[in-house]
Design a protein. Structure first.
Length: 389
């Protein structure tokens, strides 16, 4: 198959959409498909590099790191049309989607779309939340997604949301993004672990709670800091390592200062993606309080790393974080403390959870992800062929 993937977000930007797109691209290539990516240029001008087409684009103050295609005639679109892809798979809802729809109409080919982002949790980033409201976002999403041949939802949570928007359930398929299991199963030596911990004034004799991910308001990390502060009063030798960067770092550091937790709570800043697996390995427990995830790849990464998960309950983790089997969930501070004590006081339980977690994580491998998406493409193409007869 000739497959065109379109996305506004791609390297050097790093986020869940970029990671998912790159995993999919590599899986499709490994299976012999001709795959190309259409994205926006960070350099302003349009150009082609290998299998990636970069459209001329500029920054726009709509949401952080947002770019928009420049209204210039592009040879790139003509090249793609001449290449004649069999199917388009769009990953984002903005500039490159406009181009994807244009190419789709020109070539009369099917278009699959993955709905990655729960926009109702991010409206404050769009024009500072002053224009788009939840009802308007629902109407736009319904009109947009009902125009596709297939919509991929990463979880049942997302499918339910789209159904509530009145997106046709006949076109929605649930396919969780897979991860590189082997990357997170890699071992970290005691020396490496000690080196990382020493860098932040921590010790292997302490129990380390670790959060990995974007540092943003909707990730609800402030709740974790307050829960950690309460836990310190009952549990000795407890530290909290917050791994990642983002727009909310300075606010969280101020919270830490106000609570006099500078010795116990450490921030790493951005960590290279090739090294991130090491930070799950230095953690005793992975913690997160986010309620804005469409899937939550960090949960999967923690499981694949064998790091027990303690997280706020959210529908996106159904079947993933199984109570007492792959981790624990909580709905309030008392449940958090109860689960935390169970995990810290029972090394045998942590070992069992580690083993179970790796089994569950393997069901969400990048290989399984690639195969399911290819099957979706095949069905969409066959359906389009039948409709033309």
């Amino acid at each position: 198959m000739k497959i065109l993937i379109t996305t506004d977000a791609y390297y050097p930007m790093t986020n869940g959409v970029v990671i998912s797109t790159d995993i999919l691209y590599n899986q499709l290539k490994l299976r012999g498909h001709d795959v190309r990516i259409l994205t926006l240029s960070n350099e302003g001008k349009g150009y082609t590099s290998g299998d990636v087409y970069y459209l001329s684009a500029g920054s726009v103050n709509v949401y952080p790191q947002a770019k928009i295609i420049k209204p210039v005639r592009s040879k790139i679109i003509s090249e793609i049309i001449s290449w004649q892809p069999d199917i388009i798979h769009s990953q984002t809802e903005f500039s490159t989607m406009v181009m994807a729809k244009y190419i789709k109409r020109k070539l009369k080919i099917p278009q699959v779309h993955t709905y990655h982002t729960m926009y109702e949790d991010y409206l404050k980033y769009f024009l500072k939340g002053k224009v788009l409201k939840k009802n308007a976002m629902a109407r736009i999403t319904r009109i947009l997604l009902n125009s596709f041949d297939t919509v991929i939802a990463p979880t049942e949570k997302v499918k339910s949301l789209l159904s509530s928007y009145k997106v046709s359930t006949d076109i929605i398929e649930v396919i969780p993004t897979g991860i590189d299991i082997g990357k997170f199963e890699k071992t970290v030596s005691l020396e490496e672990r000690e080196t990382i911990l020493r860098e932040y004034g921590l010790s292997s004799k302490e129990n380390i709670l670790v959060y990995v991910g974007r540092i943003a308001e909707e990730k609800n990390i402030e709740e974790l800091i307050h829960l950690f502060n309460k836990a310190l009063k009952e549990i000795p030798n407890l530290k909290f390592l917050i791994v990642g960067g983002g727009p909310y770092v300075d606010i969280l550091k101020a919270v830490v200062t106000d609570l006099n937790l500078e010795v116990a709570v450490k921030f790493t800043g951005m960590i290279d993606s090739d090294k991130i697996y090491k930070y799950y390995k230095v953690g005793t427990i992975f913690v997160t309080a986010s309620k804005s995830e469409s899937q939550g790849l960090t949960y999967l990464e923690a499981l694949a790393s064998g790091c027990p998960v303690l997280c706020r309950w959210d529908p996106c983790i159904e079947g993933l974080i199984i109570e007492g089997t792959t981790g624990f969930t909580y709905n309030d501070g008392n449940e958090f403390m109860e689960a935390l004590k169970k995990l810290l006081n029972n090394a045998g339980l942590r070992t069992t959870i580690e083993q179970n977690s790796i089994v569950i994580a393997n069901k969400h491998s990048k290989e399984n992800f690639g195969l399911k998406v290819i099957d979706t493409y095949t069905k969409a193409i066959e359906k389009k062929i039948k409709s033309k007869k």
